[in-house]
Design a protein around this ligand. Structure first.
Ligand SMILES: [Zn+2]
Length: 964
């Protein structure tokens, strides 16, 4: 071999090993018939499977995903339950779905097959003889699908509206890493082999269908054109949502498509149709656009062709032209998010506003690129389609609606102005905030992570939002032209293939000529935070010497500029660095120098980005008082406040302000000051709380809070108390962020100064909770020590789910006390204000007599024995006390309850009903709970003195602000 040939040979073999990429080819022919009375599909499927891998295959994994809806042991049912949804867990037989009737043959010969050991929506075909590398087989099977109710996930029907997705037997992907069998899940949907589809759908003639592929029936195309003409002339849509009767005659619609990896179709008899066209920016080819919708939101859908047009146009411009002949969006009712993508066809849920509809349509259309043509493994790397797609969504919305932001759209202008929300961009609200809120509280997760491991919040906040904003940062750094060049190259190189994260990185680094390790290693693969600050500015002749400090963990590029009258002048990108770096910058008589004036960088702390060039306190931010609350402000130190009113019978009404520095939860120092003017004492009263909180993802704790709480109120007429409580609270790290298990340790010292005495109490409490969706439980143990007593207590709570709506709530308690002072006795009855010797609760009255007009002594706190009726003092205990309680929700909001307790010598019991309006929702919890004892150990309750035995609990929390 000659030397030159040897070199050529080496080059070739290097190239060969680098080019080990292969993908299988699957060409489907499916005939399917819809039975719209029984909501079933009957089909026959043929798959020509070509093994392009270098290996012989002895078996094939198949996805038979309609089985995900079969029972409550499927991976889907379990994931939904973990995410708090019991719909599939408690589904009726009629609502569930499945696939059966399978009879696999290969080249006409029957083959053995079996279900996956754990997943009934995966099966394995054992080939009679191995499928050799480079060879093809024809696989065939009949199948029967019972279509589930659409409320669970993506395959389903709402009466006679059909969403037929993930519905046919489909081989799993076989790639360089081997087989990828995966059960169907809500989170992390796709990974599929490319090929072609030739699908014939038979259904009653009056259905309108939107599907993957090009419709082959001229008659049906004419029918759709006609429907489009009719829709065009409608000026007012009716609100009739009823289904017309199905035609007795049927039609068979045939769809063909190449270079796709999935096939979805949607059928409804009520669809209006609109038709349009888009000319692609590069090839100037024309693509037909269809939208199909019911009367439900027809007024919003009137302009849907424009949304389709712009989506196809901009995605083609930024990534590469749409290669198919048609693109369709249909209006459907799906439970899983706002919309769902399939090749050439997307289904859109209820949107409420035109701009929301446009955003969902464009996002789903965009998936034709990120999922459809760039078919990455979404189960393993969900950011490669959802995240990159969200980045183009961010660009699209910013380009088309520069003024739009979600809050301005949803909240009346008066409030956005009052709450200082009007200056936030759409990126601030929809992109950054979700990421920041998780990052500030130690709950963020890396962008590169298996889709099953994300919390619900992070699937949105990290996979979608953070990916979008970090690519926006990368674009600001590389420039828009370079970003487009990278994306187009990525598309050109990887379209109709399965790109991996390293393939994307290779393209970006090669095209940009930059080492993007800070981006692909740190931004994408870790939860490290980005944060730069300005340490100092020195003047040197014409220049400024600006020293920057990297206070974060990522050496990403940083942009600085001089700012004059709010305008950024001559911005300069500084390559990332560790520690400090001094740069020379032209001194142009600026008001201040600022890092990232335009908000390109996803910095978790933006409050150290400004330094004035003159003055003494150069780095001090101006203070911005802000009523109620607001999001972070990158330039100002916010002080929040809102008016507050308090009531207890001694202070009467007190009015004042609550002043605080944290609205959204965050680590670090927080204060809360509540000065009040009391109508009762004509004097000032109130409270103050200082705390320091640290979140961690690496330590044994999740959060650690040190705080001091001080308050001063009256505890009796003209008797004032001062209470100071230092406290340490540890919330331990959970096994995983998705875990429902919480453990905490709380220790505190209460220093209580009353008129005649000074008291001190030491407390320690350990708590454990498993907040699983079905049968959650929690328990705590505590020790407490005062000057002349000590207490040990154990308590537990268990909720037994009977079905989706009915449940039993069970409480158990055991306590031991060592005391000679009655006030510290263990109480059988639930506490009221007079029992609260440490002054922990906010109460209307600390008086046990009923000489008030209002029944304040009936206020209760579920402490110690916790019985819901008042018990005789002889049932209290100076030693041992145990009790149990159970309730059953009869009919919302009414429950029946029963309770039992003993102090070792006597027994107390009771029963009755409870009226409960206490609700927990996002941003709100509170309400009123009333107990009506009907029978107690003293007999049947007397209705004439009901005002004395009824007990109540009342509280309100709004948006993290406690109105108390
Ligand atoms: Zn998406």
């Amino acid at each position: 071999m000659k030397k030159t040939n040897l070199l050529l040979f080496i080059l070739l073999s290097v190239n060969l090993t680098a080019q080990e990429y292969f993908q299988q080819e699957l060409n489907y022919t499916i005939d399917v018939e819809l039975d719209d009375e029984n909501h079933t599909l009957k089909g026959m499927e043929y798959i020509d499977y070509t093994n392009n891998s270098p290996n012989d295959l002895e078996f094939l994994w198949f996805h038979i995903w309609p089985n995900a809806y079969k029972n409550n042991t499927t991976a889907l049912a379990k994931q939904k339950l973990e995410d708090g949804s019991t719909s599939l867990h408690y589904a009726t037989e009629e609502e569930k779905g499945y696939i059966n009737g399978l009879d696999f043959k290969v080249n006409g010969e029957k083959v053995k097959w079996d279900y996956h050991q754990e997943q009934i929506d995966i099966c394995k075909l054992f080939l009679n003889k191995p499928l050799r590398a480079g060879q093809s087989i024809r696989i065939s099977t009949p199948f029967f699908v019972k279509i589930p109710n659409a409320k669970f996930s993506r395959l389903g029907h709402v009466e006679q509206s059909y969403m037929i997705t993930q519905w046919y037997p489909k081989p799993a992907v076989y790639d360089k890493d081997g087989w990828h069998p995966m059960p169907y899940l809500d989170q992390g949907e796709f990974y599929s082999e490319f090929g072609s589809f030739d699908v014939s759908i038979t259904l009653p003639s009056n259905y309108t269908v939107g599907a993957t592929g090009d419709l082959q029936n001229k008659g049906e195309i004419a029918r759709l054109n006609k429907l489009a003409e009719v829709t065009d002339t409608i000026t007012k849509f009716s609100n009739d949502m009823s289904f017309p009767l199905s035609d007795l005659s049927t039609k068979t619609l045939r769809y063909i498509q190449h270079n796709v990896h999935d096939f979805g179709w949607f059928a409804d008899k009520r669809f209006h149709v609109l038709k349009g066209e888009v000319e692609l920016p590069n090839t100037k080819e024309k693509v037909t656009l269809w939208t199909m919708f019911t009367n439900n939101e027809a007024d919003l859908w009137k302009n849907s062709i424009e949304y389709m047009h712009d989506a196809v146009y901009y995605y083609s411009l930024w990534n590469g032209d749409y290669p198919y002949k048609q693109c369709t969006a249909v209006d459907g009712t799906i439970s899983a998010g706002g919309g769902m993508e399939y090749p050439n066809v997307t289904v859109i849920g209820e949107s409420r506003t035109a701009i929301a509809l446009e955003e969902v349509i464009m996002h789903e259309v965009g998936h034709n690129w990120f999922y459809g043509m760039l078919a990455s493994n979404e189960r393993d790397h969900p950011w490669m389609d959802e995240g990159l797609n969200s980045f183009d969504e961010l660009r699209y919305m910013r380009l088309k609606y520069p003024e739009h932001n979600l809050l301005n759209n949803e909240i009346p202008h008066f409030f956005t102005k009052m709450l200082d929300l009007k200056d936030y961009t759409n990126k601030n609200i929809q992109g950054e905030l979700m990421y920041f809120m998780n990052a500030w509280t130690g709950k963020d997760q890396p962008i590169e992570l298996h889709s099953c491991k994300y919390t619900g919040m992070n699937y949105g906040g990290i996979v979608y939002s953070k990916t979008a904003i970090v690519f926006d940062y990368l674009m600001a750094y590389l420039g828009e032209d370079m970003m487009n060049k990278c994306k187009r190259t990525y598309f050109e190189k990887w379209k109709f293939k399965h790109p991996q994260p390293e393939d994307l990185r290779a393209v970006f680094e090669e095209v940009s000529g930059k080492n993007l390790s800070w981006f692909f290693d740190d931004m994408i693969k870790t939860t490290k935070h980005l944060d730069y600050s300005i340490s100092s500015i020195k003047k040197e002749t014409k220049d400024l010497l600006i020293t920057l400090k990297n206070k974060g963990e990522i050496n990403g590029p940083v942009i600085i500029s001089g700012v004059k009258d709010g305008k950024s002048m001559t911005p300069v990108w500084v390559e990332g660095f560790e520690g400090e770096k001094t740069i020379r910058y032209f001194n142009g008589n600026y008001d201040h120098i600022r890092i990232d004036h335009n908000g390109y960088m996803p910095e978790t702390n933006r409050n150290n980005n400004i330094m004035r060039t003159k003055g003494i306190f150069k780095a001090t931010e101006s203070i911005k008082p802000q009523i109620i609350g607001s999001l972070y402000h990158p330039e100002k130190t916010q002080i929040f406040f809102h008016p507050i009113m308090n009531y207890n019978i001694y202070n009467k009404h007190s009015y004042g302000l609550k002043i605080y520095n944290q609205f959204l939860p965050k680590g670090g120092f927080a204060y809360k000051v509540i000065p009040l003017y009391s109508n009762g004492t004509k004097d000032f009263t109130g409270e103050i709380k200082l705390s320091y909180k640290k979140f961690s993802q690496t330590a044994k704790y999740h959060s650690l809070t040190l705080s001091v709480d001080a308050r001063q109120y009256l505890y009796d007429y003209n008797k004032e108390y001062t209470r100071i409580m230092p406290q340490l609270n540890i919330e331990f790290k959970k096994p995983s962020l998705r875990s429902k298990i919480y453990k905490y340790l709380n220790t505190s010292y209460v220093h209580l100064v009353k008129e005649e005495e000074t008291l001190g109490f030491i407390n320690a409490q350990f708590g454990y909770a498993n907040n699983r969706t079905i049968n959650p439980f929690s328990a705590y143990s505590s020790i407490e020590k005062g000057y002349n007593y000590s207490k040990i207590q154990l308590g537990g709570f268990f909720r037994k789910m009977i079905n989706q709506k009915k449940q039993l709530n069970i409480r158990g308690y055991i306590g031991y006390v060592n005391t000679e002072d009655n006030i510290y006795n263990l109480k059988m009855s639930a506490w009221n204000g007079s029992d609260d010797y440490m002054f922990t609760e906010r109460v209307f009255s600390r008086d046990n007599s009923s000489n008030h007009n209002l029944p304040y002594k009936q206020q209760y706190f579920s402490r110690e024995g916790g019985l819901k009726h008042f018990t005789n003092d002889s049932l209290n205990s100076s030693q041992f006390l145990a009790s149990t309680y159970i309730d059953y929700n009869l009919l919302k909001p009414i429950s029946l309850y029963a309770e039992l307790g003993t102090n070792g010598s006597k027994i107390a019991y009771g029963g009755g009903f409870t009226f409960n309006t206490i609700a927990n929702g996002p941003g709100f919890n509170g309400g009123l709970q009333l107990y009506f004892p009907l029978i107690t150990e003293e007999g049947v309750a007397h209705f004439d003195n009901y005002s004395n035995i009824l007990r109540f609990n009342l509280y309100f929390n709004l948006g993290g602000l406690k109105f108390d």
